[in-house]
Design a protein around this ligand. Structure first.
Ligand SMILES: NC(=O)c1ccc[n+]([C@@H]2O[C@H](COP(=O)([O-])OP(=O)(O)OC[C@H]3O[C@@H](n4cnc5c(N)ncnc54)[C@H](OP(=O)(O)O)[C@@H]3O)[C@@H](O)[C@H]2O)c1
Length: 291
C-alpha cells in the first residue's frame, strides 16, 4: 500500500476550535455485537477498544443505545479505557429511546435529555462529555421537523458544564441552521461515503463553517458490501483493500471529514487504521467520483 507521512492517521481536526482530534477515529457500535443479536464476546470487545486507542484512534463514537442483550458499548469502553488517557475524546448521542429488549421506542422529549446525558456520564465514568450529538429522526430519514426545543435543552446542559461540544446527527441543512441559531455546532454526523454521496452539499457546508463531518456507514454499515468496480480498481493500484480506499476517500474528500469506521474485529481494526497512510491522488478521486 502506498504510504506517506502526510494526510495520515496523524492528521487532526480542531473540534469547536479547542479540542484536537485525529481525523481517523473509531465507531463503537459494533463492539457489543450485531444490533439485536447475541452480545459479542466481552473480553474480545474490550481488546478491540484498547487496541483502537493504541493505534491512535483517539476519537471514539458511542451511544448508550448501542447494546446487544446485556452487552453495552459504554460499559465496554469504560472497562477498556477508564481512566481515559490524555487526548482521548468520546462522542456520544442522545435522542433515540431504546427499550432494554432492543426495540426503538421513539425520541426523547426536551426534558428527557438530561437523564440521557447523565446516563452516558455515569456509564462512561466521566464528569464531562466531550461531544454530544442530538440524533434525530429515523435512520437515513431525519425528516425536516424542528429540532430547536431539543437542541436548546442540550445547549443548557452544555452551559451547566456537562458537555464540552454539541453536535447534530441525521439532520438536514435546515435543521443544522436551526441548531446553529441556538448554540455553536461542532460536529455533524450523517450517513455518507464513497458509494453514498447524497449529503455532499452538507459536507461542503460543514467544511465552510469549520464544523466536523463524521460520516456514519462510510463502509456501508455492514449491510451493503462495498462492491464497486472503480473502488476495487483503485484498491488494486495501491495494493490496498476496498474498505481502506473508502476510508481514504473520505479523508481526501473534505478536510472536515473525520472518519469513525466501526468494527468488532482486531484484524479489521488494523486494516482500517492503516488506511490513514493511504493517499489517493487526483486520478483516483476522479475515478471514484466526488459530488
Ligand atoms: N448517528 C447515527 O445515526 C449512526 C448510525 C450508525 C452508526 N453510527 C456510528 O458510526 C459508526 C460507523 O458505522 P457502522 O459501524 O454502523 O458502519 P461502518 O463503519 O460503515 O461499517 C461497519 C461494518 O463493516 C464491517 N467492517 C469494518 N471494517 C471492516 C474491514 N476492514 N473489512 C471488512 N468489513 C469491515 C464491520 O464488521 P466487523 O465488526 O466484522 O468488522 C461492520 O459490519 C458506528 O460505529 C457508530 O459509532 C451512527
Amino acid at each position: 500500500m502506498t504510504s506517506s507521512t502526510s494526510d495520515s492517521a496523524l492528521d487532526t481536526f480542531e473540534l469547536g476550535d479547542t479540542t484536537t482530534i485525529p481525523r481517523l477515529g473509531f465507531g463503537a457500535m459494533q463492539l457489543p455485537g450485531r444490533w439485536n443479536g447475541p452480545g459479542a464476546d466481552r473480553a474480545a470487545a474490550v481488546a478491540v477498544a484498547r487496541h483502537a486507542v493504541e493505534l491512535g484512534a483517539l476519537h471514539i463514537d458511542t451511544a448508550a443505545f448501542y447494546f446487544s442483550g446485556a452487552t453495552r458499548a459504554n460499559d465496554i469502553l469504560r472497562e477498556a479505557l477508564h481512566p481515559y488517557r490524555a487526548g482521548v475524546t468520546i462522542a456520544t448521542k442522545v435522542g433515540p429511546m431504546r427499550a432494554p429488549t432492543g426495540e426503538m421506542t421513539g425520541e426523547a422529549a426536551p426534558d428527557q435529555l438530561r437523564a440521557a446525558v447523565e446516563e452516558n456520564l455515569r456509564d462512561l465514568g466521566l464528569d464531562v462529555l466531550d461531544l454530544v450529538y442530538l440524533r434525530v429522526g429515523r435512520l437515513g430519514t431525519g425528516g425536516d421537523a424542528p429540532i430547536g426545543d431539543r437542541f436548546a435543552a442540550l445547549a443548557r446542559l452544555r452551559d451547566e458544564g456537562l458537555i464540552r461540544h454539541l453536535g447534530v446527527s441525521n439532520v438536514t441543512s435546515g435543521q443544522l441552521a436551526e441548531a446553529r441559531s441556538i448554540a455553536p455546532v461542532a460536529a455533524v454526523q450523517n450517513r455518507f461515503g464513497v458509494l453514498d454521496q447524497e449529503d455532499a452539499a452538507l459536507v461542503d457546508e460543514c467544511a465552510d463553517a469549520g464544523i466536523a463531518f463524521m460520516p456514519f456507514f462510510a463502509l456501508g454499515g455492514g449491510h451493503s458490501p462495498l462492491s464497486d468496480e472503480n473502488l476495487h480498481r483503485v484498491a488494486t493500484r495501491h495494493r490496498a483493500t476496498a474498505i481502506q480506499v473508502a476510508i481514504a476517500w473520505g479523508l481526501a474528500r473534505s478536510p472536515s471529514i473525520v472518519q469513525i469506521p466501526g468494527t468488532g474485529s482486531l484484524s479489521h481494526l488494523a486494516e482500517n487504521m492503516a488506511a490513514g497512510d493511504l493517499v489517493l491522488d487526483d486520478a483516483d478521486m476522479a475515478l471514484l467520483g466526488r459530488r
